[in-house]
Design a protein around this ligand. Structure first.
Ligand SMILES: C[S@@+](CC[C@H](N)C(=O)[O-])C[C@H]1O[C@@H](n2cnc3c(N)ncnc32)[C@H](O)[C@@H]1O
Length: 405
């Protein structure tokens, strides 16, 4: 049973979300967003409420073995661990090469077919960057016409080379924690130079800050603690170098192709329009190295099938952007998704091209919209937030009941 404080915090957070969505319908998403980011008192209050809710109330639920709940933060840690240190990146590299070969029907294809072969050829060639292959294009997705000419494709921003940077798990001391308060998440005693460069967008209280195999850049509209930099991801620039404000507390620009992982944990549904959510995903694409992961956690307390169409439409849009889905898990109160930025964009878009959708299904009418159920809610113009139709409950239960830390 939720305490009064828990309920009050959740109610405040939900009211901020609802008001932003309502204003977006009334004034348009850009005006609504401008007004929202100018409300510094509300943003600060939201940050404090969110931190308290997550670190106090949700943490208590996770620690309660009777509730059998999984923690979204642990989910992100374990995905990164499996992918970067336990062979996931090699597995998906090989899969990508094989699919690409099938698509192009070109068996000769540089003579390279597996991750190991590529890695060996890389090591034996002097003068190459130490990076996993990455898009030549700086701010646009890898073009379909990109050839598998690996040397040509190396990019100075790429430093991800799993065979050396992310050593195999045997070289790291992997332990499964027995501490029930720790949700059995992997802990690794880790070499300092083997860190996953992670961008946490909408970080709030920097939940990944203490993880020893992450090198975290945490950003938020309104940081709730030191270590989180102020930044509106929607207006942040992407360029050739990181740019910070004079006092180093704000991020103005981040470097293209410089992150191994971008995390959107309870971020996308905060944004009031499908176009803004898409803009964030595209930014994540451009900030990631090829082979990097976009991890998305989005709240939904309903059963797995209830909003499956939405999840499929996300996959469709992200596939067209150049992402291959590598993992999907429905937890009791959230969908958890992992997408890999493909080197061969055609491998990613192939999935979308094979799908058949009803012409009437508006979720699939556009390549540049990430819809959530709340988009189909109609609001009245009254001052109080009042739902007249549609599903505004998708994340309401989440914040009420959510047992995540
Ligand atoms: C629901 S909270 C989630 C906090 C944290 N990620 C977690 O899982 O506990 C959403 C956060 O996203 C931040 N946010 C929303 N839009 C943002 C944007 N455009 N740029 C940066 N942060 C944003 C909000 O300020 C808020 O702290």
């Amino acid at each position: 049973m939720a305490s009064t404080e828990h309920k009050d915090l959740a109610a405040f957070i939900k009211s901020v979300h609802s008001n932003l969505r309502k204003e977006s319908q009334i004034y348009g998403p850009e005006t609504a967003w401008r007004r929202h980011v100018a409300e510094s008192d509300t943003l600060q209050k939201y940050a404090e409420a969110m931190q308290k809710l997550a670190t106090k109330h949700w943490a208590e639920n996770v620690a309660d073995p009777k509730k059998n709940t999984k923690c979204r933060i642990d989910w992100v840690k374990s995905q990164c661990w499996e992918y970067f240190f336990r062979g996931g990146i090699e597995l998906f590299w090989d899969r990508e090469v094989n699919i690409n070969r099938k698509i192009t029907n070109d068996q000769s294809h540089s003579g390279i077919s597996t991750y190991q072969e590529w890695s060996d050829s890389e090591n034996s060639t002097s003068g190459l960057s130490d990076g996993l292959i990455c898009s030549n294009s700086e701010l646009t997705p890898v073009d379909d016409k990109d050839t598998p000419d690996l040397k040509k494709s190396l990019n100075k921003h790429c430093s991800m080379k799993p065979s050396t940077k992310f050593e195999k798990s045997t070289e790291n001391n992997l332990q499964i924690s027995n501490n029930e308060h720790d949700s059995s998440i992997v802990q690794a005693s880790h070499r300092e130079d083997c860190k996953v460069k992670l961008l946490d967008v909408g970080s709030c209280y920097n939940p990944f800050g203490g993880v020893n195999f992450f090198d975290v850049t945490a950003i938020d509209l309104a940081p709730s603690c030191d270590g989180v930099l102020q930044c509106d991801f929607l207006s942040m620039q992407i360029g050739q170098e990181d740019v910070f404000s004079a006092n180093k507390q704000q991020v103005e620009q981040l470097t293209v192709g410089s992150f191994d992982t971008v995390v959107f944990c309870l971020l996308l549904e905060y944004l009031p329009s499908p176009e803004q959510r898409y803009a964030c995903c595209k930014k994540a694409y451009n900030l990631l190295k090829s082979g990097g992961l976009l991890l998305i956690i989005t709240p939904d307390s309903k059963h797995v099938g209830a909003n499956a169409r939405f999840m499929k439409s996300w996959r469709y849009v992200l596939s067209n952007l150049g992402f291959m889905r590598t993992k999907y898990e429905k937890l009791p109160h959230a969908h958890c998704l992992a997408f890999r930025k493909c080197f061969y964009k055609r491998v990613a878009t192939r999935w979308a091209s094979l799908q058949k959708f009803s012409k009437d299904d508006e979720l699939f009418h556009s390549d540049t919209n990430i819809f959530i159920p709340q988009d189909f809610t109609t609001w009245t113009r009254e001052d109080t937030v009042e739902c007249v139709s549609g599903d505004k409950k998708a994340d309401v239960n989440f914040y009420n009941e959510l047992p995540y830390t």
